[in-house]
Ligand binder design. Sequence first.
Ligand code: GLC
Length: 536
Amino acid sequence: MASSTSQTSTWWQGAVGYEVYVRSFADSNGDGVGDLAGITERLDYLSWLGVDAVWITPFYPSPGHDHGYDVSDYCEVAPRHGTLADFDALVGAAHRRGLRVMVDIVPNHTSSEHRWFAAARRDPDGEHRSRYLWRDPAPDGGPPNNWRSHFGGPAWTLDEASGQYWCHLFLPEQPDLNWRSEAVRDDFDKILKWWIDRGVDGFRVDVAHGLIKDADWRDNPQIAPLTEGMDPRAAFNAFEHLHDLNQPDNDDIFRRWHRLCAPHQAMLLGEVNPPGPERMSGYVSPGALDRAFFLRLAMLRWEPRRLLEMARAMHDAAPQGISWVMSNHDQPRPVSRFGGGTAGVRRSLAMSTLMMALGGTPFLYQGEELGLDDGVLRGGGYDPVTVRNVGATSGRDGCRTPMPWDSSPHNGFSAAQPWIDAHPRRAGQTVAAQRDDPESPLHCFRSLLAARRQHPDMWRAPLEWIDARDPQVTALRRGSITVVANLSESRTDVALGSPGWQPVFESRSGSRLDGPACDAVSVPAETSVVLVNDQR
Ligand code: GLC
């Protein structure tokens, strides 16, 4: 059993986070792009919803080839998103409301326009060269090995001037840093410290599983054929990523950062994609990452059995180490993945309820609380996955359309045409309408978060799994709390083993319940319930 939870308490124990995709959350100055001041204006909404922390996606200067994940200066704010003064104002306003602020740190790669890469390219003999990953061509003149970019094509681009290739697990404009370089390690220590001194409460670590690469640059084993016009994600998954991802030495970097962050109570939350639960427990072992996202639940379609099996296995491997997520800015929204319409909303609420009882630090992604499905674009794509790969199906624009605040033009996101051109959302999908409707997904999430806060056993007490006799049903007990997630298509009855259980939350009704105390519960199809027993 591995978990990063120690005896000392940290702010993220019991906390629920909220991901803000900065470009699409709130635009305060009417240029069509979301900004930091826009987030500040909406903090009261986040407090009302009941989350504890906000993670803001990259707002640093960037040429924007990957919408901010190609950083050209780690210690500045891009003019399109505001100023450092706006950032300070945001942190101050959040802290006054008891909200924590996390920033996104992108250490696997810089932008090709970062001054380090410009210098490395300009002078192959200079000190900056070894900050990146350069290799001579293979004997046939092609790329040095068979590694693939997540965004299509080889993970290597030839620098004609020096005759060497640079490595990039994403776009050529996102050259990978060499994490065996002490200069890189020192510089990132300084970057983390710089943001800590500005008052941030933690870091979401982008591509944390990719930092160190195989020292011998070995080929990855190929497990499926590559075909012409294949989707980049499928092409990437045609290889077993033995040598480019999840290398054991990665954890040394997080141990170093942990020593730096822990004294300031700054949380380290990794974006990782480990091959299985065992590797995950290593990432969140004591003294390494505080939490890691488990992304599989944010990728699967409606496969109740697999969803439950995976959640259970991952919980058992790292009981308090996971940041559970059903969605983020890279995946289709759960409502769409789970069948769309009312069924999609119902199913995603049932899963979210279970997720809130699995310990760790769960995160919502903006709009998830509204039961949003994917937005529909009016024009072409924006994501480099779509723009650079004809016919790609794994583009990420659908989950990045503007947050629908109300029914005014552009759904109240901006006074101008938003950077991403999508069909407006229906009135019923907006914050304004859902606040007035006690049966809405928004009120359902708010009640769920309130129940979690009111009954800390829900995340804190030791977890026991209760045998529910159906692989599409999961039941768990944590002290005075029982949660039953019935993902099957029929009602199920679960015996609770003792009298006195009071239902307090049901995902389908979206409200807090006041039913009679009982010793068994009958749970409708595709619904989760939370019960409390004050005698325990
Ligand atoms: C992460 C981000 C994604 C980005 C990629 C490269 O997976 O979540 O949006 O494209 O890293 O930085």
